[in-house]
Design a protein around this ligand. Structure first.
Ligand code: CAA
Length: 383
């Protein structure tokens, strides 16, 4: 077992770090405050290959693999967690095409998504179907040459700016999770519009909207795989997505630790820097230890993905552990800052709000525990 990164992985991490510190860090607070979605930044990320990191070169990606992707995403999240979720969902949106798309679909969409010429989003959640997507109701009726789509998706990350949507629909009312199908839907298709833009607690520079479909005709060529595969396609995409959210949470946690250390070294109380007090040192030790553990879980899941080994359980473990850690670390970093941390002038205030989403989206912590427990209970190597 090697714990060494390759030269290429180190280079990718450095490139992402450099980009994040120069292009994201200086404006992250303003974009958060004013809810500015950074389309210019997204374009630059596309040019750097950050939106198609796991897509092979022949399909327009950089073929850097999941480990490099995790390292890069952490660096982006360290400076701006909103931009990190944009990057994560853009990369996630390449997965259904890569794994289930036919050659025509790959040629038409995957290349441009990977190069950042198109921005993709992923639409699974509905007002009545969040943790239980097998019950979703957005309807796609097979009309021969096209499917007629009616219904609403909600909580869709950068849905307002996406050029193409990975849309999970219901094609068979009676078949539960086996009655779902996935489509690629282009922005501007008649009958497809954007609904409410959500006013969120955190990740305010990432855009979250409803997608509305009213008698929207989608050509049958845009069906991914075949009818009935929608749930599997969504779950496969989410397995990768969860490694991304674990990395985002890790980036947030590393930022919490650095902010806490910086502040604790310069803040004096009782005549000394507060970093000399054990109460503060223990918080720092807990955060730093958590980061090591979360990194190993996340990189192990990514390594398995890169090596074609199943990683559903490992991705859920990484997402569960790293997102809970981000929440705890944001709490501790704010505690170390005392009253100042509660002010919007300090980065920990934003980190605290941004961390909260990581244990909710792409499957709550409770859903991750269900996935992990099911995998373990079905594995003959346990018990
Ligand atoms: N990969 C491939 N197939 C999978 C799979 C996976 N990871 N997980 C399940 N499946 C398959 C199963 O094998 C099963 O197939 P068979 O019937 O052929 O055996 C089928 O899918 C149904 O599986 P389950 O019976 O386990 O399904 P379930 O209804 O009990 O649900 C669940 C399982 C894990 C709870 C799942 O519903 C889940 O992950 N829920 C959370 C959804 C979620 O994460 N939503 C987030 C929205 S997206 C988002 O937040 C993005 C964003 O913008 C940031």
């Amino acid at each position: 077992m090697s714990f060494q990164l390759t030269a290429e992985q180190k280079m990718v991490r450095l490139m992402a770090k450099d980009f994040a510190r120069k292009e994201l860090e200086p404006t992250a607070a303003k974009r958060d405050k004013e809810e500015i979605f950074p389309m210019d930044v997204v374009k630059k990320m596309g040019e750097l290959g950050l939106l198609g990191m796991m897509v092979p070169v022949e399909h327009g990606g950089v073929g850097a693999g999941a480990v490099s992707y995790c390292l890069a995403l952490q660096e982006i999240a360290y400076s701006c967690a909103s931009t990190a979720v944009t990057m994560s969902v853009a990369n996630l949106s390449t997965e259904p095409l890569l794994k289930f798309g036919n050659e025509d679909q790959k040629a038409k969409y995957l290349f441009k998504l990977s190069q950042g010429e198109l921005l993709g989003c992923f639409a699974l959640t509905e007002p009545g179907a969040g943790s239980d997507p097998g019950s979703l109701s957005l309807k796609a009726e097979n009309k021969g040459n096209y499917y007629l789509i009616n219904g609403t998706k909600t909580f869709i990350t950068h849905g307002q700016y996406a050029d193409v949507v990975n849309l999970i629909t219901r094609t068979s009312p009676e078949k539960g999770s086996k009655g779902l199908s996935a489509f690629i839907v282009e922005k501007g298709t008649p009958g497809f519009s954007i609904g409410t833009k959500e006013d969120k607690m955190g990740l305010r520079a990432s855009n979250t909207v409803e997608l509305l479909f009213e008698d929207c005709k989608v050509p049958k060529e845009n069906l991914l795989g075949k009818e009935g595969l929608g749930f599997k396609i969504a779950m496969t995409a989410l397995d990768s997505g969860r490694i991304g959210i674990a990395s985002q949470a890790l980036g947030i946690t590393r930022a919490c630790l650095d902010e806490a250390i910086r502040y604790a070294k310069q803040r004096k109380q009782f005549g000394k820097a507060i970093s000399s007090f054990q109460a503060i040192q223990w918080m720092i030790a807990d955060m730093a230890t958590g980061i090591e553990a979360a990194s190993l879980l996340t990189l192990s899941a990514a390594w398995r993905k890169d090596n074609g080994i199943s990683f559903t359980k490992e991705a859920s473990m990484a997402k569960l552990f790293a997102s809970e850690l981000a929440n705890k670390s944001a709490y501790l970093a704010m505690q170390i800052h005392g009253g100042y941390g509660y002010l919007k002038d300090f980065k920990v205030e934003r980190l605290y709000r941004d961390a909260r989403a990581t244990s909710i989206y792409e499957g709550t912590s409770e859903i991750q525990r269900i996935v992990i427990a099911r995998e373990i209970l079905n594995d003959q190597n346990y018990g």
